[in-house]
Design a protein around this ligand. Structure first.
Ligand code: M6R
Length: 608
């Protein structure tokens, strides 16, 4: 979604800001803009379209200034257009502001300001805040921002500059992340660290309802009601290389191929294979507390929700603890029942998803122990949970989540092992699970070698407009995930179903033009899945099967097979999802889609 970059220091701001915007492109956006402070003016350049478009637009004009702010917008209020793009200014052009989030009472504030004679130029909620800051600005930018923010309801991450105050940049947040980079005689402000990491590894994660003033290479942090705060400085673990494509055509493909490594990273130091146990110290729960858990609720969105479903199957089967999986957006509004033995896990790659964050707060408010499974270190969800586990997958840039999913599955397997060994799982079963898990990275690498074979299948089906994905048991959530991958990056309609449910409706759609991707592994439901495949064949449908190595028999019933190595049923999603990621990738590539930044989508959904 929207991205923010700000710079103040002893270098020209423009190149740093434009490069920062490029680093934020992966978040998804529809317009871009920049404001530079120079010679008593704020000079704004903005346009709809890509950052490259802004580069071209500004290529011939001078762009002086050592202080500036920049933004990529993902439209909420008002269509993508030059006028609705950020930065927004007040009507006297004295201040410029970029905003992430939503000002909920903008309509009321706008009417009030119009009555006072303020003229608006855009349809956005954000301009209301810019005009409000302008109204209160009389030389003290911090005071004006503080006063304006006291009147707004909703969420914001903002960066503000003033024409006559070139040495000051103000940031503030509530519900929308902001991180400050502390460099040598320069400071940066951004909505995520990818816009900062090339310049410094020292960062401050601004907390909700905090305001920061960046001035003369120093920073001053307060709460919105003006209480002094001493922020903690963190060190970014990843470096700028993680943000490059490393020879791959797209970040998504690079991230698919990183999985043998990222899965290893997720389990590093967390498995004691000879004892058949897992350790997840970050949960901050002692043995007795883990023993007393009698219910788990997973809360997540999108791909993270699919991972949670696999987690439900694993934990219920191997620990006997009842598990519920909730969409974060539903959970928060339906008054869920929570008691002191209920453990709530929020799962989020970005750690910034608005619905998941709100669900976390709702569960915490109800007295639950809330833990997180996150990838982004220092993200809001990671900081607001009482404990949790990091994926250590490195930055995921492709909008379609791939490596985060398999890392989430790895963590959920470890959690199952940890809780299971305190309950039903014997020492020898524990050892079997631990060893099978350690074997997964090699098996994933083996599947990746079939990239060309999968690409050939994708070529055959790239012009089809409807797909069905079917799976049972552990591989039903994988069917959902495979369908999601295809639809989000190739804009092809795809539906995931439990294989047996096909007969209760979707079978009506099957014909020669609607291929089915069927997860047909040699497990306890294999025969049932084969029957489902026969039902598809009987109706002239084409089948692409994901099957277990050695299963030659299946070739009789299906049109194409992609084989994957054998593992335990509970771990099979870690393998079966890989061909589905590649299939979606290649179909999208054949269709000429913008794979890393699909239309309408944002990497991190920071509005409800
Ligand atoms: O960052 P999160 O894991 O909280 O994000 C949740 C979803 O928005 C995300 O998984 C989304 O569905 C992806 N585009 C899936 O590829």
């Amino acid at each position: 979604m929207c991205g923010i970059v700000g710079y103040i220091g002893n270098r020209e701001a423009y190149p740093i800001l434009i490069e920062g915007l490029s680093a934020l492109e992966y978040r998804g956006y529809d317009s871009a803009g920049i404001a530079l402070v120079d010679c008593g003016m704020v000079n704004v350049h903005k346009d709809k379209g890509k950052v490259d478009n802004l580069r071209t637009l500004t290529s011939d004009c001078p762009k002086p200034g050592f202080t500036g702010i920049a933004h990529t917008r993902w439209a909420t209020h008002g269509a993508p257009s030059t006028i609705n793009s950020h930065p927004h200014t007040d009507c006297q052009n004295r201040i410029a502001m970029v905003h992430n989030g939503i000002i909920e009472n903008y309509s009321y504030l706008k009417d009030k300001l119009i009555k006072e004679g303020v003229e608006f130029v855009s349809e956005t909620d954000s301009e209301v805040l810019a005009q409000l800051i302008g109204k209160y600005y009389s030389g003290d930018l911090v005071r004006a921002v503080r006063r304006a923010l006291s009147e707004v309801e909703g969420t914001f991450g903002i960066a503000v500059v003033a024409c006559d105050n070139p040495g000051v940049l103000v940031g503030a947040r509530r519900g929308s992340p902001l991180v400050v980079g502390v460099g040598e005689e320069e400071l940066l402000l951004a909505s995520d660290a990818s816009a900062i990491v090339r310049h410094t590894k020292k960062v401050i994660y601004l907390k909700d309802n905090n305001l920061i003033e960046l001035k003369n290479g120093e920073y001053n942090t307060t709460t919105l009601d003006n209480k002094k705060i001493k922020p903690e400085i963190h060190r970014l673990e990843w470096d700028a290389d993680a943000l490059a494509k490393g020879g791959f055509e797209h970040f998504m493909l690079k991230e698919i191929f990183e999985q043998p490594e990222t899965i290893k990273n997720a389990m590093r130091g967390r498995i004691l294979a000879d004892d058949g146990i897992a350790r997840l110290d970050g949960l901050n729960l002692v043995f007795q507390e883990l023993r007393e858990i009698n219910r788990i609720i997973f809360v997540a969105c999108g791909t993270s929700w699919h991972a949670a479903l696999v987690g439900e199957y694993m934990i219920e089967e191997l620990t006997g603890i009842p598990v519920e999986v909730e969409y974060a957006s539903e959970f928060r509004y339906r008054n869920p029942i929570i008691d002191s033995h209920t453990l709530v896990f929020v799962i989020s790659q970005s750690g910034e998803t608005a619905d998941t964050l709100a669900a976390l707060r709702e569960a915490a408010h109800k007295g639950a122990t809330v833990l997180g499974i996150c990838n982004s270190v220092g993200s809001t969800i990671a900081r607001e949970t009482q404990g949790g586990v990091y994926l250590h997958a490195g930055p995921e840039i492709g909008v379609a989540s791939t490596k985060a999913f398999t890392s989430q599955l790895t963590i959920l397997s470890l959690l199952t092992l940890l809780l299971g060994r305190m309950r039903r799982i014997s020492h020898s079963e524990g050892m079997t699970i631990a060893r099978a898990l350690q074997n997964i990275p090699k098996q994933v690498a083996k599947i990746l070698k079939q990239n060309d074979h999968i690409r050939q299948i994708a070529d055959i089906y790239a012009n089809h407009n409807n797909f069905l994905y079917l799976g049972r048991s552990y591989n039903f959530p994988v069917a959902l995930e495979g369908a999601l991958k295809l639809k989000e990056i190739s804009y092809v309609h795809a539906e995931g179903y439990p294989a047996a449910e096909m007969k209760h409706g979707p079978i009506a759609l099957i014909d020669k033009d609607m291929p089915s991707v069927v997860l047909a592994l040699k497990d306890s439901v294999y025969d049932k899945v084969i029957s489902n495949i026969q039902e598809i064949n009987a109706r002239g449908g084409k089948v692409i099967a994901i099957a277990s190595e050695g299963d030659k028999e299946i070739e009789k019933f299906v049109h194409h097979v992609i084989y994957i190595p054998k593992t335990l049923a509970m771990l099979s999603p870690l393998l079966s999802v890989i061909p589905l990621q590649l299939l979606a990738y290649h179909i999208a590539a054949f269709r000429g889609c913008e794979i890393d930044q699909p239309r309408n989508l944002a990497k991190s959904v920071t509005v409800e």
